[in-house]
Design a protein around this ligand. Structure first.
Ligand code: XLS
Ligand code: NI
Ligand code: NI
Length: 450
């Protein structure tokens, strides 16, 4: 039965925002879903389980939308602007309302965004503990689950030279303490993952940097975290989130392939997967598709920070992912991988500074959800159509015979291959047909969304 296009309104922090429902592609109301029908099946599985949408606390609850040239603009009726515990607890209530109204099933957090940093670690940890308790009850009342947690090892001035990669061992201690507490809080909240985003784990200038030592410090830090996770029985997945730079000049986990190399070099590859962010791919000069496929080829794609950048701008603008071609490529990669296990699509995204009302927060998430739901449908249609996969299979068909198998299993030598090459007739080149394949994707997209 087609859902009707009218809304039920309830008043609270998000006054005027109803419980969001799927209303189908013909509904023009902004506060509704047109493509994302959580329980509709795609490839035999509910969309909800394919997409595993998460909202992040740092942008949704804490980002006032300031930029390097201008003051915050966001209206946050739940926030009195202080760092009091009461204010921190009220934000949790507002976030719970946001999650239940939008129907977003997962969330992600940084320790210092949910609770303020105090003058001593004791006081900081005490307040964090109180907020974690409130978050636990928020989860119980909304049914929301924690996709992943992390420690903010980049905002406090002590981390200006890095956290794990700091030249000062006392800063390393601070970072270790924070990761221990944040990981235990994540575990207590039932978190399915824990992320390392090394925002300052890189350098500003090589003139003052011992790069070899800093990479070893970072690897040691990650080993400590792996051992601790095991010792407390945390079974969630650990992830590294690559990013090339900003605020650093260079980050050691600059892109997927560099991070995989780092993990292999330091014996971490079996313990840590990747959380890949679209805007970081853009900053690294790669497509998101490239980053995802490179991670999948190594069996290391864990989770996704679903956003998009502004090509050419050079900033991590974290726009909401509304580009259908992008969401199609992402979901095609995820389906080809066999779907998420512990991971999901975390909207590491913020509204533009000019979209400052609480409704914009909701509308922006809905736009991302609908774009990903459409991308999922198109990706499933591409797989069902089968022409792309068949083209790729055929393209490598000459490798299917005995010779190809023997070469790849290292059962041939150059002298033999040299001899065989002499026996060959002229090799006829075969077209790669890129434009034809791009048109096939366009045609399937148009049909799938009709
Ligand atoms: C910033 C990162 C950050 C991580 C979590 O560029 O994307 O938001 O996802 O610390
Ligand atoms: Ni991110
Ligand atoms: Ni980012």
């Amino acid at each position: 039965m087609a859902a009707s296009c009218d809304t039920v309104r309830m008043a609270d922090f998000f006054a005027g925002v109803p419980s969001i429902a799927f209303k189908g592609p013909d509904c023009n109301e902004p506060l509704a879903l047109r493509q994302y029908d959580a329980s509709a099946l795609v490839e035999g599985r509910p969309m909800r389980d394919h997409l595993r949408f998460a909202s992040c606390y740092w942008h949704t609850m804490r980002n006032g939308l300031s930029d390097p040239f201008g003051a915050p603009t966001a209206q946050m009726p739940w926030d009195d602007g202080t760092d009091s515990l009461d204010n921190a607890l009220r934000r949790v209530d507002a976030f719970g309302e946001f999650l239940s109204k939008t129907g977003i099933g997962f969330w992600c957090f940084h320790d210092r965004d949910v609770a303020p940093e105090r003058d001593s670690l004791v006081a900081t940890e005490r307040d964090l503990h109180t907020v974690i308790e409130r978050l636990e009850s928020m989860q119980r009342s909304t049914g929301a689950r924690l996709l992943w947690g992390t420690a903010c090892l980049f905002s406090h001035p002590r981390y200006m030279h890095g956290a794990a990669t700091s030249p000062d061992v006392r800063v390393f201690l601070h970072a270790a303490a924070q990761v221990r507490v944040a990981m235990e809080a994540t575990m207590r909240l039932g978190g399915e993952g824990y992320v390392f985003w090394g925002g300052r784990e890189g350098y500003t200038t090589l003139l003052n940097t011992d790069l070899r030592r800093e990479r070893e410090q970072l690897a040691t830090f990650l080993h400590l975290a792996v051992v601790h996770a095991r010792s407390i029985g945390f079974t969630g997945q650990l992830y590294i989130e690559p990013k090339p730079h900003e605020p650093s000049t260079h980050q050691y986990d600059s892109d997927v392939e560099a991070t995989l190399n780092f993990l292999r070099e330091f014996g971490l590859i079996n313990h840590v997967k990747l959380n890949i962010e679209t805007n970081h791919a853009t900053l690294a000069g790669h497509s998101m598709e490239h980053e995802l496929r490179a991670a999948i080829a190594a069996g290391a794609l864990g989770s996704i920070d679903a956003n998009m950048g502004t090509p050419g701008l050079g900033w991590d603008t974290d726009r909401f992912p509304t580009d259908l071609a992008l969401t199609t490529q992402v979901m095609l990669a995820v389906l080809d991988m066999g779907g998420f296990t512990t991971g999901g699509l975390n909207f590491d995204a913020k509204r533009r500074r000019e979209s400052f009302t609480p409704e914009d927060l909701v509308i922006a998430h809905l736009a991302g959800m609908d774009a990903f739901a459409a991308g999922l449908k198109v990706a499933a249609a591409i797989r069902k159509d089968g022409r792309l996969a068949a083209f790729v299979r055929d393209r490598y068909s000459s490798w299917q015979g005995d010779l190809g198998r023997r070469i790849l299993s290292r059962g041939a030598n150059l002298a033999e291959l040299h001899r065989l090459a002499h026996d060959l007739e002229a090799v006829e080149p075969v077209s790669g047909r890129q434009e034809m394949l791009e048109d096939i994707v366009n045609q399937i997209t148009i049909r799938a969304l009709r």
